[in-house]
Design a protein around this ligand. Structure first.
Ligand code: UGA
Length: 448
């Protein structure tokens, strides 16, 4: 099939390359000329495992092209929207400028029978509003939220654990929505079944809903994940008050299959370009709907999350002898999570910046995110070399659980470099007993 993908950021670039890899003819469109140049020459503009190979294969096969001109997407029949919906400046709501602009640009090339499939995360109600914007074009709009995780984006796109499509629904005799797809909605769902044929063939659940449900599925999923992380971090706070170990607590409750161990990793909390902004946009939208109380707990989820960063700073100060001023602190990690160079709302960098603010000589290292971190926070010192970061450090803090720190780095080797053997494990990813056995003072998050 001939597809276009409008917006070639994280979501769009991966989607375009993945769709080409399963046999479609895909054109990626973005207003950023530099990004289009990079993608056209097979260079991924960000770090994502397997993306580079997929780009190279798609370009070589002639099935994948990129352009800054929306007119080049005119031959496509399915147009995906993958532009960003960042947090508004000075507010919690989502900024929909880019989504609106994408629809307006598509309007200039739409043909009767075309499909627009929105993938961006949007506040509930957006799809219905955008559908009215393309009225008269003969095209149909659906909402097809994306659930990919950074670091696993290619796999999650090609083998998703579910596909959700919000389609137009018909009105009943009393004029209220029935929840049943219109003929156009059913046809749109069939087209997307064809687009995602390999995943559908392996039995991936394909869930057809109305617009509002599809939009809500996305934010509900992220709100649930954020809540799960903040739940365990709240247990970490209590554990700290009584000398309990939150990692054992998580293991023990996680054996209950109704609870499950995943996303019960206590530490400095969640960040990135999705969970923080999505729970805030959800709260803002719920307020607009007069249902702010229904998701009032998300404010608490956010507050717990931010408190853990403060706690990590407190521990780093304690580890450096009660005052961080003038102390060298090695900060291991800058990305918001491993296997990513993304530093958007990174708790790791936030901790580094706060320690710098307390007068510490912070040296940050990270296997992938240093260039991005340096651009955002030029006031911090950076090194690519882990040994350099550790040399003569008065304290070490692990804030992103890269394998380089949790598996490869040994307490013996680190001990031979530092000035003082004190380590804060901001992700509870180190073997505390092994580090203590080598003479280190070990500070975990919610652990004795
Ligand atoms: C998240 C969701 O997991 C995806 O399903 C969703 O598609 C995506 O947002 C999105 O909306 O685009 P992502 O932001 O890539 O994906 O990252 P996650 O793997 O969810 O991690 C988010 C943050 O939570 C990271 O900072 C991570 O370190 C933290 N985390 C995760 C914890 O603190 N503890 C855990 O147990 C798990």
């Amino acid at each position: 099939m001939r597809l276009s993908v409008v917006g070639c950021g994280y979501l769009g670039a991966v989607h375009a390359a993945a769709m080409a890899s399963i046999g479609h003819e895909v054109i990626g469109i973005d207003v950023d000329e530099r990004k289009i140049e990079q993608l056209s020459s097979g260079v991924a503009p960000f770090f994502e495992p397997d993306l580079q190979e997929l780009l190279a294969d798609g370009l070589a096969a002639g099935r994948l092209t990129f352009s800054t001109d929306i007119a080049d997407a005119a031959a496509a029949t399915v147009h995906f929207i993958g532009v960003g919906t960042p947090q508004q400046k000075g507010g919690y709501a989502a900024d929909l400028t880019y989504v609106d602009a994408a629809v307006d640009s598509l309007r200039t090339i739409l043909k009767p029978g075309d499909l627009i499939a929105g993938k961006s995360t949007v506040p509930v109600g957006t799809a219905a509003r955008l559908a009215t914007r393309i009225e008269g074009s003969g095209a149909t709009l659906v909402w097809n939220p994306e659930f990919l995780r950074e670091g696993w984006a290619v796999k999650d796109t090609i083998e998703p654990d579910r596909l959700v499509v919000g389609v137009p629904v018909s009105d009943g005799i009393d004029g209220t929505a029935t929840g049943e797809a219109t003929a156009g909605g059913q046809r749109a769902a069939d087209i997307l079944r064809e687009v995602y044929a390999p995943a559908v063939a392996t039995g991936t659940p394909f869930i057809v809903t109305d617009y509002a449900t599809a939009e809500l599925v996305k934010v509900a999923a992220n709100a649930f994940l954020a809540t799960k992380i903040s739940f365990i971090n709240a247990m970490a706070e209590i554990s700290e008050a009584v000398g309990a170990d939150v990692t054992q607590l998580a293991d023990a409750i996680g054996h209950d299959v109704r609870i499950g161990r995943r996303f019960l990793g206590a530490g400095i909390g969640f960040g990135g370009g999705c969970l923080p902004k999505d729970i805030r946009a959800f709260s803002a939208r719920a307020e607009e709907l007069g249902k702010g109380d229904a998701v009032g707990f998300l404010r608490e989820v956010d507050a717990i999350n931010l408190r853990r960063r403060e706690r990590a700073v407190e521990l780093a100060v304690e580890a450096s002898g009660g005052n961080a001023f003038g102390k060298k602190i090695a900060v291991l990690g800058a990305a918001f999570k491993p296997h990513s160079d993304d530093i958007r709302d990174s708790p790791a960098l936030d901790v580094a910046v706060r320690l710098h603010g307390l007068g510490a000589q912070v040296v940050v290292t990270d296997p992938a995110a240093i260039d991005n971190a340096r651009r955002a926070h030029p006031q911090l010192a950076y090194t690519d070399d882990l040994d350099d970061a550790l040399r003569a450090a008065d304290a070490v803090i692990v804030v992103t659980e890269w394998d380089e720190y949790r598996r490869v780095l040994t307490p013996q080797h680190a001990g031979s470099l530092v000035g003082a053997k004190a380590v804060v494990d901001g992700r509870n990813c180190l073997d505390a007993a092994a580090w203590r056995a080598e003479g280190w003072r070990y500070f975990g998050m919610g652990r004795p």
